[in-house]
Each structure stands twice: as C-alpha cells, then as structure tokens.
Design a protein around this ligand. Structure first.
Ligand code: AMP
Length: 395
C-alpha cells in the first residue's frame, strides 16, 4: 500500500483531508484533541519533506453556515498540536481561498473553513470537488472517520489527481491494522464482540466468521443467544426478533470451526442502576425481575484463557455496562487480558465507539496494538465493504 512517503512532496502544495470533527464545549473550546493529534504525523511529514499543507475538514452537521461549526474555533488547538502557526481562511473555495493559497510560503499550514458549509460536500458534487482540487498539487486522504462516505473532499476530489494522491499516515495505519486482523493474521485469531445489540453487529459477525478461530460473545447481546438456547434471562436486554438469527450464527460458527464462547456466569442486578442489589448466577438462570449487567468470574476465567492463547485479537464492544462502576469489572478485566496478550506479542485492535471509550477511560490505550479512530468506517471494513475514500486513492 502506497502512502505519501512514496512520493516527492518538495515544493508541492498538499491538500490534506483530515478528520478534525472534534468535540467542543459551550465556549467553543476543543475538549478532546485526539483527532488533531492523529493527523500530526502526516502534517509533520509533509513539512519536513518540503511541502506546504492545506488542511480541509468538516465539523459537526451545520444546517446553514452556523458560526458554532466554524473551524476558526479549532485553530489554536491545531497550532498547539503541530507547534506552529496555522493560517485560517473563512471559506473552502473561491477567490478569497485562492488568494490565501497563493500567499502561502513553503512549510506553512492553511486551514480551510468547514467543508459542510457547502451542501455540495456531502452530495459529492463534482464541481465543488474540482474547485477544491484546484487549490493543490497533491491530494492526501488522512480522514478514516469519513472514509466510508463518498463526499466531495473524501472521494470525488481524488479523480482530479490521477497520479498525485496518497493515503495519509493515519489512514494507512488504520487500513494496515484491520488487514492484520482480517488478512495477514497470525492464528489463533479471536474476536470479542460485546455491546448492546446483535442486530448492529450481525454483518460484522457474518464477515469475520471465515477469518477467526474464537468468538467471545459478551455484553447485552449475550442474552439474545442465551434465550434462543432456552435459558432464562429475566429482564436482561434481548432482541426477541433476533432469536432465530442467533441460532443461525451459532450454527454457521460451528460449520466454520469457530469456537464460540458464551458467558458461563453473569453479575445480575435488580434494577438498571449502579446502586442496585447484585449477585452472580449462571447465565441461563436469571430470575424474573433481575437483569445481567456484567460478566461473572467464571466467564472471565474462560475469556482470560482464550485471550492469552490468541495471537490476533479484535475487540469490539464492552462486556457489561462499563459506564456504571459496579458493572465495569468485566470490561476492565478484558482490557487487562488483552494488554497482557499484547505484551506477549499478540496483535490487538480495538474498534467501535464504546470499546474505544472504555479503553480510554480505563487507560489501556498504550497497552493494545492499535485503537481505531473511525467507528462507522471501521465497522464497514470489518463488514467486508469497500470504502469510497480508500478506493478513490487506490484506483
Ligand atoms: P454497542 O453500542 O452496541 O457497542 O453497545 C455499547 C453499550 O452496551 C454500552 O453503553 C454498554 O453500557 C451497553 N451494555 C453492555 N452490556 C450490557 C448489558 N448486559 N445490558 C445492557 N447494556 C449493556
């Protein structure tokens, strides 16, 4: 896979699509700059190799050109991360932008205004993409979070750079990490699938069954499987219209020689609250009025054995209601096992919104091999779909 490192950037104006869709507080200050940090290696690389950087991003979902979605609010945060001045222009295309670009000196950075101020961005409009493309000599896509969208700046623009286009370093790392799990993997490969719903993970499960040796099922989606198998789940979360599907998944796994690990015991609670009364029972013996909210000790012991034997691990979704302290143990323990396996040489990829939040909260970020930044894009790759933002660079 070619990245911008395979090209000569000397003297080039490099248009970089980044994902600076960062959270802002009420005073419009950046709360979490991880996405800006994510783009730093690409920005630094271009400058170190003689290029000039033109950054483009979206922020939020502006209906009109609402000021609170202006990228001017993030300029200081970007300057702090890259450690240099960042110029800003209050538009994304047109004469004012062209002037700002023509005045750029080698090694400087210019940030364009929110691309989604133009409806043409999400519509994938060709003329808008062409106007953006006219600003630079080389196009880099480093925005994994929007790689599953065929927007003007994420995909269509690449048509105007038949040769001079490449993946940014962040996007390349995301693609490589997923390939290390799905393609160039070392066996045994284990997927841990948790979170609330079977329905939101079904396409992922179907696609990865061919590639994995173990599937650990945890979190709220457990109970749809347990009920389908005839267990008593009390008031636990369950998708009653997915019972047949759960059985089909188990049958498909068996056919493909994937070992499925459902929980043995669970921590149950008499209400959905951190202060609820709790006890631990076997997973198929939950009394009425009680609900399973975390993995039990026996389940964790089995999970630990499987994880420590794995050479490749994919983690998507928490093992319990980790947002509540009293039901966070299973998710924290799982994080520890994955950290230990990683220290012993396994490759571990964490992806999908809530497991990323859990990994950050419990400080496992540096102890796993890779934490994916793009929730929806990562899921679509795991589902086996091709992503427009990636295809546009490859073609
Ligand atoms: P998802 O977005 O499908 O990955 O689900 C993540 C959410 O599932 C988190 O907010 C967890 O609190 C929730 N969750 C995990 N385990 C359970 C459970 N046993 N019962 C209810 N919700 C759960």
């Amino acid at each position: 896979m070619k990245t911008l490192k395979d090209y000569n950037l000397e003297g080039k104006k490099v248009l970089v699509r980044v994902d600076f869709n960062v959270p802002l507080d009420d005073d419009l200050k950046v709360i979490d700059d991880s996405r800006i940090e994510g783009a730093k290696p690409t920005i630094d690389y271009i400058i170190e190799h003689g290029g000039t950087v033109i950054l483009m991003s979206h922020l939020g979902r502006p209906k009109n050109k609402e000021d609170k979605f202006s990228l001017k609010h993030i300029v200081t945060a970007v300057e702090k991360v890259v450690g240099k001045e960042v110029k800003f222009v209050a538009d994304s295309i047109g004469s004012e932008v062209e002037k700002a670009v023509s005045e750029l000196k080698k090694g400087e950075i210019l940030l364009l205004e929110n691309l989604r101020y133009y409806k043409e961005e999400e519509a994938g409009d060709k003329d808008f993409a062409k106007s953006l493309a006219s600003l630079g000599d080389f196009y880099v896509n480093d925005a994994f979070g929007t790689a599953h969208r065929a927007h003007a700046s994420t995909a269509i623009i690449a048509d105007y750079f038949p040769k001079d286009k490449a993946f940014g370093l962040l996007l390349a790392k995301e693609i490589e990490s997923i390939e290390k799990v799905l393609k160039d993997n070392k066996k045994p490969v284990t997927a841990v699938l948790g979170g609330s719903k079977v329905s939101s993970k079904i396409t992922v499960i179907e696609n990865i069954l061919d590639k994995i040796d173990h599937m650990i099922i945890g979190g709220g989606m457990t109970f749809t499987f347990i009920k389908a198998l005839g267990g008593k789940i009390g008031n636990s979360l369950c998708e009653d219209d997915k019972l047949d599907l759960a059985l089909e998944i188990l049958a498909a796994a068996k056919k493909k020689n994937v070992q499925v690990h459902l929980p043995i015991d669970v921590v149950i609670a008499d209400s959905f609250s951190n202060d609820a009364t709790t006890k631990t029972v076997l997973v198929g013996e939950i009394p009425e009025g009680w609900q399973g909210l975390d993995a039990g000790e026996k389940s964790l012991a089995e999970i630990k054995t499987v994880i420590l034997e794995s050479k490749t691990i994919l983690w998507n979704g928490p093992l319990g209601v980790f947002e509540m302290e009293n039901f966070s143990n299973g998710t924290k323990e799982l994080g520890k096992y994955i950290a230990e396996a990683t220290a012993n040489g396994a490759f571990s990829l964490v992806g999908g919104g809530d497991s990323v939040a859990a990994v950050k909260e419990f400080k496992f970020e540096d102890k796993v091999s890779y934490v994916s930044t793009g929730g929806g894009a990562m899921l679509e790759m795991l589902e086996g779909k091709s992503l427009p933002g990636i295809d546009a660079i490859l073609k």
